[in-house]
Design a protein around this ligand. Structure first.
Ligand code: SF4
Length: 338
């Protein structure tokens, strides 16, 4: 899908994070290579939430981890606040670590069960140091625990297993916030939670974003979740971005066949694509041997000969912030399958 077309990137001085031509490959044994992330480019402005959405195995989590150099990408650049993280030494990168924090899918297993919650939250300050000494640390930890909706006094006595799943995710958020990061990567942060709790956690994340001036990279397989939290959205398929741009525009006017299929599964009365008959047939192809041309052609109802041989470049759709990598974006005059 998206080749080296990067017209969708904004000027470097307009964005906090600019990722260009990111590639992440892993050896698969027998001389084979897993092409987990292939030539991905996107940017995120300060205070913005970019939703990264796609099926399990599409490379969205690997992309996010490569952005924060855990592990570093195979190639490509990740410019954060004017510095290319891929050029930094191990020590220089270590100095940058507090700026990037992650929240994981399973809050309970990501918290040390033997430690009291307040100690878990303050752990980062113990490792990285608080600039204001002990008083700063005490005040900062209590403030953050309270901000995420938990009681600082109880947090001094209790361990993670004494909290619910939703409360444990609040602890994870507090642990991330205590270092005053600029960017938080939320990797499926509500997927393991009851639906009734998901909205509370998403609202809390929004509040924290406003209160602490955060920039979020929000990863989810669930477009209905991404829709509610994202300013911009990037849809990934088999290691590539196939559609990217303003969230409202993409939800109103998706033109990539894959995005339309994902949207048809979002049960929202305000979603005009809900229940559309288009479905996703077949399995996600192996990233060890991705299809030639457009990677989606093996499952696309609109595929033509050119799709099987030529990779579509990322082109602007309309005149706004909407970009798509498809030879035949689905509009009213979309070609029928041959
Ligand atoms: Fe890919 Fe062609 Fe389908 Fe577009 S129409 S998604 S280029 S296979």
């Amino acid at each position: 899908m998206a080749g080296s077309g990067k017209a969708h990137l904004r000027n470097a001085d307009e964005v906090l994070l600019r990722v260009e031509n990111l590639v992440k490959e892993f050896p698969a044994g027998g001389g084979k290579v897993v092409h987990a992330v292939s030539d991905v480019s996107f940017d995120v402005a300060e205070g913005e939430t970019l939703g990264l959405v796609g099926e399990s195995g599409c490379g969205k989590s690997t992309t996010a981890k490569a952005v924060i150099q855990l592990p570093p990408p195979t190639s490509g650049s990740v410019v954060f606040d004017g510095t290319d993280l891929t050029d930094l030494s191990a020590e220089e990168l270590r100095q940058q670590r507090p700026q990037f924090q992650m929240i994981f899918q399973d809050p309970i297993s990501s918290l040390n069960p033997r430690r009291r919650v307040r100690d878990i939250v303050s752990e980062g300050l113990e490792i990285w140091g608080g600039s204001g000494g002990g008083a700063f640390t005490e005040g900062r930890v209590d403030e953050i625990i309270e901000a995420v909706g938990l009681d600082p006094q109880e947090a001094r006595k209790r361990r993670p297993h004494e909290y619910s799943g939703g409360q444990c995710q609040r602890i994870s958020v507090a642990r991330a916030l205590v270092l005053d990061p600029k960017v938080i990567i939320c990797d499926e942060p509500v997927s393991a939670l009851d639906v009734s709790v998901q909205a509370q956690i998403l609202n809390m994340l929004e509040d924290m974003k406003d209160r602490y001036g955060l920039t979020l990279l929000f990863i989810s397989h669930d477009l209905s979740v991404v829709k509610n939290v994202s300013d911009r959205v990037a849809v990934m398929y088999l290691g590539k971005i196939c559609e990217i741009g303003d969230g409202d525009e993409i939800f109103k006017n998706p033109v990539h066949p894959y995005t339309r299929i994902l949207l048809s599964a979002v049960p929202d009365p305000a979603n005009p694509f809900a229940g559309e008959s288009e479905t996703l047939d077949g399995e996600l192809p192996s990233p060890i041997n991705p299809p030639a041309g457009c990677r989606f052609h093996t499952r696309c109802a609109y595929a033509q000969d050119i799709c099987r041989s030529e990779e579509p470049q990322t082109e602007q759709e309309g005149d706004g912030d909407h970009w798509v990598a498809c030879h035949f974006p689905v509009r009213n005059d979309a070609p029928a399958a041959d």
